[in-house]
Design a protein. Structure first.
Length: 246
């Protein structure tokens, strides 16, 4: 039985070729490097050999990019958490070699039916600055966290079309929420692993809002514990005074 989960609400979906692949005005440089930095997963594990069979999808993933020899690949951001493009994320051979057990697709519409052995989360987000990424972050981050914490054998791959903006933003949010990284540190960390990462300006604004949410939540978590500690000390002090007076 195919396990695919879609986060709701689903917003209106424009054609992927028109909106997801087109470069945003705020993204000044979208050219991927010939290869990721050495900190990335080895290309031999993340490239597929079925170039001709999946040529159309490859063209979509490299559309409007000047580098003809760009080769999609996955980058391991932290142990067992990967970031990739659509071409890599829909390659059965690559998924098998990496041992991927969970996939998060941050694209406007589904592109691939994953086997029942892979749990799939669909996040219907277009790559434009007005897309409501923030509304999906909590549920997506929690889903990834549960997948990684349930078993040391689980491996999660998060992807969009290029592995630059939407999926990268989700990974950044995960590091902020679960690893307690500030936004700029999380973004720099992800870029060290995958140098093409460039969230659009709208997603950056929403990540800033998400960072503020995390700060407020952390403060709320601490306040009850502090109050309970103070109240306990107060009760003991009153008890001591009553003992002395008696």
């Amino acid at each position: 039985m195919l396990v695919t989960i879609a986060i709701t609400p689903i917003t209106s979906i424009a054609g992927l070729h028109r909106s997801s692949v087109a470069m945003s005005a705020d993204q000044k440089v979208l050219l991927p490097p010939l290869a990721d930095k050495p900190t990335s997963i080895q290309r031999s594990l993340t490239m597929d050999g079925d170039y001709f069979e999946r040529r159309e999808l490859r063209i979509v993933c490299t559309q409007k990019l000047a580098l003809e020899d760009f080769r999609p690949q996955a980058s391991e951001v932290i142990p067992r958490l990967y970031l990739s493009d659509l071409y890599t994320a829909t390659s059965p051979n690559v998924l098998n070699r990496l041992g991927i057990t969970h996939v998060v697709s941050v694209v406007g519409r589904p592109w691939h039916r994953y086997p029942s052995s892979i749990k799939h989360l669909s996040v219907p987000i277009e790559d434009n600055r007005k897309a409501d990424l923030l509304g999906y972050l909590d549920a997506t981050v929690t889903w990834i966290h549960h997948a990684l914490s349930r078993s040391d054998n689980n491996r999660v791959l998060v992807h969009c079309v290029w592995g630059m903006s939407r999926s990268a933003s989700v990974i950044v949010a995960y590091l902020m929420a679960m690893k307690k990284m500030p936004l700029q540190l999380a973004l720099s960390f992800v870029r060290l692993k995958r140098s093409v990462v460039r969230p659009n300006i709208g997603f950056m604004s929403q990540l800033q809002m998400y960072e503020l949410q995390q700060i407020k939540r952390e403060k709320r978590r601490r306040i009850p514990a502090n109050l309970l500690k103070t109240e306990g000390q107060g009760r003991r002090l009153i008890g001591d005074l009553e003992t002395i007076q008696s």
